[in-house]
Write a protein that binds this ligand. Sequence first.
Ligand code: MLT
Length: 244
Amino acid sequence: MLVLLHAFPLGARMWEPQLALAGHGWHVVAPYLRGFGGGRMQAGATMTMEDYAGDVADLLQTLGVERAVIGGLSMGGYVALALLRSAPELFRGLILADTRADADSAETRLNRERMMALAKTAGASAIADDMMPRLLGATTHAARPVAEATVRALIQSNTPDVIAAALHAMMTRSDSTALLPGVAVPTLVIVGDEDVITPPPLSAGMATAISGAELVVLQQAGHLASLEQPELFNAAVARFLHRL
Ligand code: MLT
């Protein structure tokens, strides 16, 4: 089974192009992280990466799956690393896409607080306006209007309280850098060459820190590489899965 964990502030449907990986004989499971996709949360509710990771562990248990290849893009990668810390036995392989292992800087935390206030006062569409310029790469902004529309719709399907709760989870997450040398399962690190949120050198650093990890840099893809260059992304994942 291949489990794919979505980015902030999108949702499971960002993985629609990756459902084609099921053709390679893998069950593909792409859950919504708690509240995403139109779920409700109380105003002021907070989440942690450990909460999201616990939900993924519960899901695997419910499905009767002992081990899976678990991958995440950006915030999904933060969740995958939190799960790796608490339940490494669940991993048959690890995919880290357009993500990073370290914790938020003080500057990033301040920006998260600004975004929490923006979500509360102006809603998900204001969050989309705020993030869209950096979420997608230059090539997508210039030439892939459908991808832009898809991402905007995904963001707007989330409630402000769910967005704010996820911002809290990201700004309070632990630094996972020290975990990397201990990763004992095959690992694929993927990044778009136009990713400005988690730029390629961060992925190169993670791939170096994890013994035997493979690094794939996708051309003309930004932070949401899986939906900006789905065929290249899927090819990299399929090659990885075939080797397991
Ligand atoms: C994401 O794509 O999940 C977020 O941009 C990650 C972040 O803001 O740290």
